[in-house]
Design a protein around this ligand. Structure first.
Ligand code: ZN
Length: 619
């Protein structure tokens, strides 16, 4: 047992409670502080994990000592008795009922936690090695539960067996919170790529063909390893874990240094004897590929601003369009280059990405650099106005990456590409975590980073254009200024043309007219979810939340509204009655023509396109 030792017990699955005990040898006598992060790296939002902590008590040698709160996420013990030598013991419970990849969840079927939700940091001692005992719920019903985590098992006696409950270790608090833990009954598969054992664990009711999943993920991982390490072909870790929670409906992933936690709908996983790659499965593979790419891009190559994480407050960078956007560009691209999907399927996915950016008027208001900076209050906290005011640094960031990649390829006759930029980033900033490196404890933040041998700490806010030129010999600083720091349209047609991909337009669906509003059906009522600023509905005075009662004097339901939009010509007027809260309002909407949808079409053979996409030829 280490001087800082945690015990986490899945003690009450029905009440969704983890019981945590923390034993601190040689505590600070005059007021030991403990604190919980307010956010989790990779998900840029203040989540206030401390709101689920309850029943905090402290004791020395079985005698209670006072402990109280100093701030929303900080506790402070009273002065400890003089009888030195005895450790301080702190106990608390964590309510875990968040079935996402960002927090903690426990019921009788499954347990999951991120350390950021459950482990209080011992202030001032975050750099110390700590140990943790992970204990299952009591009772026969849990005898088949196992543990999936990349947290290293403690060495020696008492160390957890592979997949077992028992003792684990982390060399510092930073590591402790960067290996999520999955527990329950699960299926397992494994494969080796780049000298690394990759494991897959799937929990939840799903009839999964795990062998197929392993077979499909292996070439994707190999492709990424080869991209960053073309000579050595070594993964940055010896062991990597994809843990997946299969649920009815859900989607999400979070990257960690040696694993990823994924959440998906069970319908998106491969089932026995499944043929081909259905779109839902392609989406799942894209998600797994995305999180795996983060093993390099953001976990080891970081914005300089993230050099040392401060988990007590927001950290600002304008570069998430590189760390998330480029990762989004490469996720599907790696599927295509690995031969998992066809060029045709890749271009269909790219077309969806383009349409998704085009559908949001927020792209004209916010750049991806601004979206990165404001992720905390805008991208992660979306509301009815978000489509009007926010652009996704993921989706548009991926298109910026596409335009950069294609421009570099076109200007260098395919001799250089964005891959060279990623490799330079990796060589310069991506030193793998070193166990022996002297790591700096950071006063105040309490969280440290993995040591890097180069002395360089991460990508500076203004450094990217120069680095791109260094890697490729191409100066794209003006383009980067426009595409990532401006709000003009991206020159997709121009960029794709040399690669034999034509950008076109088509009418979407049956509607000949457009309301400029997205509607949903709630309690049998058609409700405006989002009204596009300056769209026909908004100009007529309709807003998000308005419940549409009648169109031209007739009761409005989904079918009736569709029929009107399929028959009435752009420019014609319709009269809408709606309830705003409890007030009836009337609006005359002048219908507009629906915005056309963008299409991507590839023609014949194209050597540049083959060099870019590799993979299987078009079907
Ligand atoms: Zn990501």
């Amino acid at each position: 047992m280490r001087p800082i030792h945690y015990t986490i017990h899945a003690s009450d699955p029905h009440a969704h409670l983890f019981e945590v005990r923390l034993r601190i040898a040689q505590p600070q006598r005059d007021g030991q502080r403990l604190r919980l992060p307010v956010w989790i790296p990779g998900s840029y939002m203040i989540r206030e994990f401390a709101r689920h902590v309850e029943g905090v008590t402290a004791a020395v040698a079985g005698r209670a000592v006072s402990i109280g709160k100093e701030s929303k996420n900080t506790w402070r013990c009273g002065r400890l008795p003089e009888a030195a030598g005895e450790p301080l013991e702190v106990s608390y419970r964590v309510y875990a009922w968040d079935l996402s990849v960002r927090a903690a969840h426990l019921d009788a079927r499954h347990g999951f936690f991120n350390g950021t939700s459950v482990f209080l940091a011992v202030a001032g001692r975050e750099a110390e090695t700590c140990s943790v005992d992970i204990l299952p719920p009591e009772g026969d019903g849990y005898s088949r539960w196992r543990v999936a985590t990349t947290l290293p098992a403690a060495k020696g006696r008492g160390g957890a067996q592979p997949l077992g409950f028992g003792r684990y270790e982390a060399r510092d608090y930073d590591e402790l919170i960067d290996h999520p833990v999955q527990m329950g009954e699960f299926e397992l598969a494994a494969f080796t790529a780049g000298g690394c054992r990759h494991e897959l664990a799937v929990t939840g009711r799903a009839d999964v063909d795990l062998e197929r999943l392993a077979r499909d993920l292996k070439p994707i991982c190999r492709e990424q390893i080869a991209l960053f390490e073309p000579k050595r072909r070594r993964a940055p870790v010896d062991r990597y874990l994809f843990t997946t929670m299969a649920v009815g409906d859900g989607y999400g992933g979070l990257e960690h240094r040696a694993s990823t936690a994924l959440l998906c709908s069970r319908g998106s996983l491969p089932y026995p004897d499944m043929k081909g790659v259905p779109e839902a499965y392609q989406t799942f593979l894209g998600l797994a590929s995305h999180e795996y790419f983060h093993t390099w891009n953001v976990k080891r190559i970081k914005p300089a601003r993230f050099d040392t994480y401060d988990l007590q407050q927001e950290m600002y960078t304008s570069l998430l369009w590189i760390f998330e956007g480029f990762t989004s560009y490469y996720d599907d691209l790696m599927l295509c280059r690995a031969g998992t999907i066809t060029t045709e399927a890749y271009l269909r996915g790219l077309q969806r990405t383009v349409r998704s950016v085009q559908a949001g008027p927020g792209r004209r208001l916010q750049s991806v650099a601004e979206s990165s900076f404001d992720a905390w209050i805008k991208y992660y906290r979306q509301d009815e106005n978000s489509p009007n005011s926010v652009v996704s640094y993921y989706v548009k960031g991926a298109l910026v990456a596409l335009c950069l990649d294609l421009t570099i390829r076109a200007r260098t006759r395919s001799r250089r590409s964005l891959d060279d930029v990623m490799r330079l980033l990796w060589q310069r900033y991506g030193k793998p975590p070193q166990r022996t490196a002297a790591v700096q404890a950071v006063a105040g933040s309490g969280v440290r980073r993995d040591g890097g041998a180069s002395g360089a700490h991460g990508l500076g806010e203004d450094e990217f254009p120069g680095l791109l030129e260094e890697a490729t010999g191409v100066d794209l600083s003006r383009q980067i200024a426009r595409w990532a720091y401006g709000t003009g349209e991206l020159p997709l047609a121009e960029c794709l043309k040399p690669f034999g991909v034509t950008v076109g337009r088509e009418a979407g669906g049956d509607a000949i007219s457009w309301l400029g509003a997205r509607t949903v059906v709630q309690h049998s009522e058609v409700v405006i979810q989002h009204a596009q600023r300056d769209g026909p509905a908004a100009r007529a005075g309709l807003s998000a939340g308005d419940r549409l009662m009648a169109v031209d004097g007739l009761r409005c339901d989904e079918t009736a509204l569709k029929a009107v939009l399929a028959r009435r010509k752009p420019g014609s007027e319709i009269r809408i009655h709606a309830f705003r809260r409890d007030e009836l309002i009337e609006a005359t909407v002048i219908l507009a023509a629906p915005p056309p949808l963008i299409t991507l079409a590839a023609d014949g053979r194209n050597a540049r396109r083959s060099a870019w996409l590799g993979g299987r030829a078009m079907a």
